[in-house]
Ligand binder design. Structure first.
Ligand code: BGC
Length: 753
């Protein structure tokens, strides 16, 4: 018997030693990883009592669930997720445990990852954060999130991967594989239809099947079928009037039925509301009920979980047998064999230089150059003598805040520090505040320790900024949102699309004072940008984690050529989107008006159906401020003419499109070549075009590359809600290839036979 001792839990060791010493008996099948997994599962299952099984299905602390100590089956330790490993909290409270060795590497938020449009970045991300989770002895990482960006007001857009199901489906898979290589499960969230924070526990989403299957489910499906995520988290909201954490349609019919998911459904924290539904409707592991836990009362609150004593009572009374329970346990054991009981998992690593570098690389690839009139960027340090930096986000730590994804970091390199370090003695860097946003910096007992209080009036701050700007060679305004309530934060949505704290006024005044103005918007969701005519250079940056400052400086100074592309459309006003124009955000108006207390269920009807993001804008011919897929470079790319491998494609065949792309500028750079498919005539309404392929290529000046995309009929299909199946309708289609959804360089027609 050869076992790696270091990876075994103490209880497992005891069980093993006592078993060995007693009679040198053979290893029980469930502990013998040379045996087939299903055999091990059945062996463990038959050794467990009903009480032990029940215990396994619910939490024992804020972030852990018990195993079966008698059998040496360890419990699960979970952690948020999804941008870094959350600091340790007390056993039964949200407050800090006070550990001094749990400061992690903060990776860029998932919108930043999506903006890289680069699968390699997703794998690097997964491997790095997975190694951090593993080092901290976690079994389940609560992330990544792939809910679709339906409205820019959603407080959690920054934790997700944008408005397009294809982009999110491609980007989520390597993240999962990278994490799970470490013997740590991803817990994909929040399944499903969790597209706003307002009324997050009481919104009942009313959505047609086309939108459900074409827009809201594909990324989850890819994560299950292509990524093989070992667990998934149910969402807080309701669908068909059942909470998503115990939902017959989403969990039993679609996830476990249609998709064949073999993993564990974990509830969101406090997302369970009903024992019978939790038993029958697909939930496997309950967390976070009674969020005060043991704080009050002497009896164990965890015994009162929906899947605890109430479940046991229903079994003892004969209302339920153990069929459902055994299914849950089989799934939990399968998860344990991959994670907590996996003897081949690595040890992981934490706070390493390598992880910081990974975070920086991802961040630099995700920053998007939205506009660059007069080639203001990159900053020319040969000419600049004085650079003025304005704005709170240049100096504010952003890793603390935003809800459950909040972190405690080893280092956070701030934008101003990154810029100063990079500029060095080449020029003078002057900082002025410009506006005061949210000077506080605390989440669940983690404090930034920054003192950002400034009592001066808005007029005084603007006056100071304008004075400083007048004599500068460059002015860099760094603002945006900041993960405070209503500014990219869990449990709250934003109230409007505008930049908060009157930042537009500061920007307007700076634009009048200096023609070399660069506006850097740091956010995880779209903000309106009414200043595109007066501000020459605009950069969309993200919550970029530990390496924020160095990453931003590398882009602004041109050490790295920007190559990020927008994962969502930047719009002018909310009514530009169907979700707002058709009036069902944040819910049915009459029900909202009639609702007297929290707890009433409010319908949110997705009346715009499949027309989300650019799909809606293009249908309505509404021009966004910046389109989905848009992002400039310091070089230029010339596209050739797209060629199709044939004029027709059979339903069971494939077709390939090729196009040459040349770096026609003078700098090395990366371009994301995007393929959109347009169905020219269809019996059901379809978007003007939809993203169905993308490739990021790196080209030296003058270099060309032929990029090809092979698609099959899946890329041509819509979901027929009457037949409940995907249909590729014969007829004419067009392949559009370009640099963004609004910058198509070449098109070719073809016919599906
Ligand atoms: C969030 C989840 C998170 C969980 C645990 C919930 O409030 O919705 O995303 O993983 O808390 O912190």
């Amino acid at each position: 018997m050869k076992i790696k001792l270091t990876t075994l839990s103490a209880s497992l060791l005891c069980a093993l030693f006592s078993m060995q010493s007693m009679a040198q008996k053979a290893l029980p099948a469930y502990l013998d990883d040379s045996k087939p997994v299903e055999e091990r599962i059945e062996d463990a299952l038959k050794r467990m009592t009903t009480e032990e099984k029940i215990k396994m299905t619910h939490a024992q602390s804020k972030f852990s669930s018990p195993g079966v100590p008698r059998l040496g089956i360890p419990g699960f330790w979970t952690t948020d997720g999804p941008h870094g490993i959350r600091p340790e909290v007390l056993w039964d409270e949200w407050e800090q445990a006070g550990w001094t060795n749990d400061s992690c590497t903060a990776f860029p938020a998932l919108t930043a990852l999506a903006a890289t449009w680069n699968e390699d970045m997703s794998l690097l991300y997964g491997r790095s954060i997975g190694a951090e989770a593993r080092y901290r002895e976690k079994d389940i990482l609560l992330g990544p999130g792939v809910n679709i960006y339906r409205t820019p007001l959603n407080g959690r857009n920054f934790e997700y991967m944008g408005e397009d199901p294809f982009l999110a489906s491609i980007m989520v898979v390597p993240y999962i594989k990278g994490v799970q290589e470490n013997g740590v499960a991803t817990c994909l969230k929040h399944y499903a239809l969790n597209n706003q924070e307002f009324n997050r526990h009481t919104s009942n989403i009313v959505v047609d099947d086309r939108a459900l299957y074409e827009i809201y489910l594909p990324a989850f499906k890819a994560a299950v079928q292509k990524g093989d995520t070992w667990s998934i988290m149910g969402a807080y909201n309701l669908y068909k009037n059942q909470h998503a954490c115990h939902n017959q349609y989403l969990l039993n019919d679609i996830l476990k039925g249609e998709w064949g998911f073999k993993g564990v459904v974990v509830s969101d924290w406090g997302g369970v509301h009903n024992t019978r539904e939790a038993i029958t409707n697909g939930l496997d592991l309950e967390f976070g009920s009674w969020t005060d836990g043991l704080r009050s009362g002497s009896s164990n609150a965890y015994d009162n979980y929906y899947l605890a004593n109430p479940y046991l009572d229903l079994i003892n009374s004969g209302e339920f047998g153990t069929k459902e329970l055994d299914d849950k346990i089989r799934r939990l054991l399968r998860l344990a064999f991959n994670t907590s009981m996996n003897r081949n998992k690595p040890f992981g690593s934490f706070q390493s230089e390598e992880h910081a570098l990974a975070g920086r690389t991802i961040a630099t690839e995700g920053i998007v150059l939205l506009q660059n009139k007069n080639n203001v960027l990159p900053i020319d340090l040969n000419k600049a003598k004085r650079i003025v930096v304005v704005g709170e986000n240049a100096i504010k730590m952003m890793t603390v805040g935003g809800g459950s994804s909040s972190l405690k970091v080893l280092n956070e390199n701030l934008p101003l520090d990154g810029i100063k370090a990079r500029v060095g003695s080449a020029a003078e860097v002057v900082y002025v505040r410009g506006y005061v946003g949210d000077p506080s910096g605390e989440y669940n007992g983690v404090v930034t320790g920054q003192n950002l209080k400034d009592d001066r009036s808005a007029d005084e701050l603007i006056k100071e900024a304008v004075e400083a700007a007048k004599s500068a060679d460059y002015v860099i305004f760094i603002g945006g949102l900041n993960k405070s309530n209503n500014q990219d934060c869990e449990d709250t949505d934003r109230h409007h699309l505008e930049l908060p704290y009157d930042q537009n006024r500061v920007i307007d005044e700076l634009a009048k004072a200096n023609k070399n103005l660069i506006v850097v918007n740091i956010s995880g969701t779209g903000v309106s940008m009414p200043f595109t005519a007066t501000v020459p250079a605009i950069v969309q940056s993200w919550y970029n984690g530990s390496e924020s400052g160095r990453a931003l400086a590398a882009i602004l100074m041109g050490d790295i050529n920007p190559s990020g592309k927008m994962p969502f459309s930047v719009i002018e006003k909310l009514e530009d989107l169907g979700s707002h124009l058709l009036g069902e955000y944040p819910g049915n108006k009459e029900q909202l008006a009639a609702s007297k207390h929290r707890g009433d269920t409010i319908n949110v009807e997705y009346k715009e159906s499949i027309f989300v993001g650019y799909r809606w804008l293009e249908k309505q011919k509404t021009k966004p401020t910046f389109s989905f897929g848009h992002g400039l470079s310091y070089t230029t790319f010339e596209y050739g003419k797209v060629e199709a491998s044939s004029k027709t494609v059979n339903a069971d065949g494939t077709i390939t499109f090729t196009i040459s792309v040349k770096n026609s500028g003078s700098r090395e750079g990366k371009e994301v070549v995007q393929l959109y498919i347009a169905d020219l005539k269809s019996s059901l309404p379809r978007p003007v075009k939809e993203l169905k392929g993308f490739k990021k290529v790196s080209l030296k000046p003058g270099e060309s590359q032929t990029v090809s995309f092979t698609i099959d009929s899946e890329a041509l299909s819509y979901f027929d809600d009457k037949k409940h199946e995907w249909v590729a309708e014969p007829g004419d289609f067009e392949a559009h290839i370009g640099s963004s959804s609004s910058d198509i360089r070449s098109k070719v027609k073809f016919t599906l036979k």
